[in-house]
Design a protein around this ligand. Sequence first.
Ligand code: ZN
Length: 301
Amino acid sequence: MEQPKCRFCGSEPSHQSIKGEYVFGGKPEQRFWKCNVCQIIYLFPPPSKEEELEFYKKEFEKYMETRSGGDKDWSSPEKHFDSNQNEARRRMAFLEPYLKKGQKALEIGCSSGFMLSALRDKGIDVFGIDPSEGFIEYVRSKGIYVYKNLEELKANHDIQFDLIIHYYVLEHIRNPVDFIKQCMKLLKSESKMVFEVPCATDPLVELYHVPAFDKFYWSVAHHWYFNRESLTVVLKKVDSKFALYPEQRYDLSNHIRWMQQGKPGGLGHYHRIFGDELDRLYKQKLKEHWLCDTIIALVEI
Ligand SMILES: [Zn+2]
């Protein structure tokens, strides 16, 4: 097998080791490699640009449906919107202190638009971008401007934003530093970008070492997996202030399901036994150790 140089920092092959043996949805020769210099985890060999375009145009929602285990419903935009209301509430808890009525916000990768609707309910003027054709008409039917890419948005609006958000997007982007720099150009001065990515020190990987999860986690849709250290390396290349926060989305019931059955799903399954307090405390302990499934980044200009 060809030993790569780091796709992010260019470090020599001798500093690279295999982190994910099995790439979900990938080709037999693909692996996720980890660079021991910058700590980034990357897909190698990467897909061609043509393969990637085709994937987002035609297959993305179907692919996600195979991964959700019933926690999120990707079968239609309406169901996706409804099954993400808890997720919208979780994300809003972080965003709310920064919001003021009348601000302009852009979400990149807006999917069924559940975050844009939640922001609009707070009096925010919202815009979306999504390269996938699956849900775009549904979002437009709610009177929200959605475009396929930044170029299309810029061609239609001469606009600067108070807030740019993207959730589980950066790991899909071939050149994450360029992407963040492009986003920052669309921000007004003294404004913010908030985003989330999966955290590579997920407890199912780094704490419990669940074999079935290891065959599921490393997704062909991702170029990168970030941890606290490597996301810091990425953001230091952007000339802005930033802070990273640990976050845990999945609960103890989901982790038990993985250990019992080796399958996704199970969110909230034992909630009637565990209750809110245990759920909160469990997540808090994982976050304290950065053995958590999500990183929230706040970037300020
Ligand atoms: Zn590297």
